[in-house]
Design a protein around this ligand. Sequence first.
Ligand SMILES: *Cc1c(COP(=O)(O)O)cnc(C)c1O
Length: 230
Amino acid sequence: MSIAENIARVRANIAAAAREAGRRPEEITLVGASKMNGAAACREAIAAGIDALGENRVQEMTAKLQENAYSGAPLHFIGHLQRNKVKQVAGKVSLIQSVGSPELLEEIEKAAARLETVQDILLEVNIGEEEAKSGFAPAELLPGAEAALEKEHVRVLGLMTIPPADADREENLRYFDKVRALFLDMNEKLFHNSLQVLSMGMSGDYEDAVRAGATMVRVGTAIFGSRHYT
Ligand SMILES: *Cc1c(COP(=O)(O)O)cnc(C)c1O
């Protein structure tokens, strides 16, 4: 299957899941998670109409930017971001999806201020409260959002989450429901219901995520094929 055929199939699945939930397919943004795929694969996805591409390693993204891998589509940063690498990401991507601590938020604010720009971000929720994973714990989310609201060079568009990898389907659905509840609560309390983006769902669970209210899914393997780690 080609990348274009894979994108068409994923889109059809998203549309079916959206309709089941009484939603419109156009409400859902499809982000291609293009890590470990070269510039040619990125261009193929863009030509096939992917809504955005997401990278999760700074070094790889920087190299592919130099090859013009992303021209024609918005670029998102979706991976764990170290504070000392913020300068290589802020201002270079349209959305940083993975902002999971007050310290990272502050670093992005500083970098965006220096560039005299406003960086769009999502707050990442560590919904499984996993030790090894970054992201705001549910109880830290509202204080984190309040801190973000005080920053002039950062704009919060919504939430992103990655549930624990070992969750079974039922548990995974409960995590999606919990994140959606946090999203609705935060949106009403702090953002006058203006937030639009709820980023959840990957190759194995994007249809469940759409049924649970995701407005953005990040799909890698189902579009680009399996990754070969060396
Ligand atoms: C790789 C990645 C994805 C996509 O994973 P697949 O299972 O290959 O679809 C989504 N989100 C993040 C943050 C990723 O790093």
